[in-house]
Design a protein around this ligand. Structure first.
Ligand SMILES: Cc1cc2nc3c(=O)[nH]c(=O)nc-3n(C[C@H](O)[C@H](O)[C@H](O)COP(=O)(O)OP(=O)(O)OC[C@H]3O[C@@H](n4cnc5c(N)ncnc54)[C@H](O)[C@@H]3O)c2cc1C
Length: 486
């Protein structure tokens, strides 16, 4: 059993690192599903475009997904109806169906071999049926055709279930990397291993700075999953993070299906021709910070229900907005030429593809019915404001707890000490080698949590991730936390 996502590809040709200053029309920052789909839709626009990716295309959250293309998204519609309105929830429902259509269109047009498989999606309740009933009522009002059942196709606790047929799953990295190939044969340039460190406005232009160069451009599109800038807009106060856990086991059953539970802990299944993926257990990244304990809970829960051999397990966090709707579009009136796409609510396979289409339509001045729904400038309704205050106090508590090392009790191989006035974290690996990091996230100065299963340092407030030697793995930080003895 290995701690590793199953979505891996060999023989991917890397594009070069940026090593010159440029002047272009558009810079896209981030090569996940959102950034790459945006570049795909803009590739024939006759604009000079570059995409900058700090690691490799598809190496971010998109590599750790379950890879479902579904509009049954465990209870999201009643939540949107509460934080915004029922009509917004209905429009979001339509947008997800349209996103699936867009994905299919791209896949069929280019005959992308990404294991696209039609597969039924189940929504089920195994204990408390309140949320399930709310979702069912919403689906009836949305005139969604579904069937009902009292069981899942596999032996797992279930009180009530409903399912639809017009949903899919795919291999996310095969999809993303084929788009990369298509983009590479257009005039858009992709630069990998190129970290964007700053963006500044100069007159009507933006200067996008990387570790060693800069690009002058008219528009910037930020698809970095969690936007790395703090001002303008103070996004860290408007977003929260949820961490989820997945495992892949040897498949030994006939039925293929996707499933999500509406009650907590939430469960997710993807059982297709090749994979048996199980997991869920989503929680606020800032609230429950004993990440290795959570991992063990999921593994034990699986073993209590199934005999299948576990091959891989992994976990990752994704961004959530206070009103449950993604933020896609122009940042604000002052920065009309900065466009963001974030807060996909763990539904970035559909929302990332949709973001690509919406952003390209904004750039090309085309109409798109979803521009208003997802506009980052929308005002929060009362429920959204309450969610903001609640989450900010959770993040505040995580910040203080990490500072006083309240979490150190659950570490086996980690200790903290002060060396030359610097707070450092030390992880001792299985070969007894010590790995030291500066225990302070460069983003907003929180202390870090070590996940002993993943062997990564995680900021419990905004989700920056670093390896055991302090190399940056995940934004919003743009700086390493390597400790060098002076
Ligand atoms: C456990 C789990 C399961 C999920 N399952 C599903 C599912 O079944 N279906 C579904 O629709 N969604 C699912 N999701 C959600 C989906 O995977 C994500 O929403 C989506 O992958 C996010 O894509 P992205 O492009 O925003 O981010 P990413 O894939 O993270 O891409 C962002 C890219 O930006 C780069 N970057 C960051 N900072 C910089 C910088 N400063 N300079 C340059 N580059 C930078 C990163 O390296 C990264 O490659 C799941 C999420 C989780 C957590």
């Amino acid at each position: 059993m290995e701690y590793k996502s199953i979505w891996e590809l060999n023989n991917i040709s890397e594009t070069p690192k940026l090593n010159e200053n440029l002047e272009v029309d558009i810079v896209i920052v981030g090569g996940g599903v959102a950034g790459i789909t945006t570049a795909y839709y803009l590739r024939n626009s006759n604009k000079k475009i570059v995409l900058l990716e700090k690691d490799c295309v598809g190496c971010g959250v998109s590599k750790y997904t379950t890879g479902k293309l579904t509009y049954l998204q465990n209870g999201i519609y009643p939540n949107i109806a509460k934080t915004r309105s029922k009509s917004d929830a209905l429009e979001y429902f339509n947008s997800q169906k349209d996103a699936i259509k867009l994905a299919k269109e791209i896949i069929y047009k280019h005959q992308i071999d990404c294991n696209l498989t039609p597969i039924a999606s189940y929504l089920f309740a195994y204990n408390d049926t309140k949320k399930f009933n709310e979702e069912k009522k919403f689906l009836i009002d949305a005139e969604c055709k579904f069937e009902e059942s009292k069981t899942l196709p596999i032996n797992f606790p279930c009180k009530k279930a409903l399912y639809v047929h017009d949903t899919f799953c795919f291999h996310p990295l095969k999809f993303i990397n084929k788009l990369k190939e298509i983009i590479n044969s257009s005039s858009v340039h992709i630069y990998e291993k190129t970290l964007v460190t700053d963006i500044n406005k100069e007159d009507e232009y933006y200067i996008v700075k990387t570790s060693s160069n800069q690009i002058k451009c008219k528009k910037v599109i930020i698809t970095t999953n969690y936007p790395f800038f703090i001002l303008p807009k103070l996004l860290p106060l408007q977003l929260k993070l949820e961490k989820s856990y997945l495992l892949e086991a040897t498949k030994n059953n006939e039925d293929n299906f996707l499933a999500l539970s509406t009650d907590k802990p939430n469960y997710t299944f993807r059982i297709d021709n090749e994979h048996f993926i199980f997991g869920g257990y989503s929680h606020n990244l800032s609230k429950e910070v004993n990440y290795q304990e959570k991992t063990q809970e999921v593994l034990n829960d699986f073993k209590n229900h199934f005999d299948n051999k576990i091959n891989n397990y992994w976990s990752i966090h994704d961004v959530i907005s206070k009103d449950h709707l993604p933020l896609i579009g122009r940042l604000n009136k002052t920065h009309e030429n900065v466009i963001i796409a974030t807060a996909f609510h763990k539904w970035g396979m559909t929302n990332g593809i949709l973001a690509g289409k919406i952003i390209s339509d904004i750039i090309l001045n085309k109409e798109n019915r979803y521009i208003k729904l997802f506009a980052p400038e929308r005002k929060l309704a009362i429920k959204g404001i309450v969610n903001t205050i609640t989450n900010d106090s959770i993040v505040g508590k995580a910040f203080i707890d990490s500072k006083i090392n309240k979490n150190k009790k659950f570490y086996k191989n980690v200790m903290f000490k002060n060396e030359n006035g610097i707070n450092i974290g030390i992880y001792t690996d299985e070969n007894n080698i010590e790995h030291k990091i500066i225990n302070r996230c460069p983003h907003l100065k929180s202390s870090l949590i070590f996940d002993e299963e993943a062997k990564v340092w995680i900021c419990p407030c905004h989700g920056s991730m670093f390896d055991v030697d302090g190399n940056l793995l995940k934004e919003p930080s743009i700086i390493n936390i390597k400790y060098k003895k002076s």
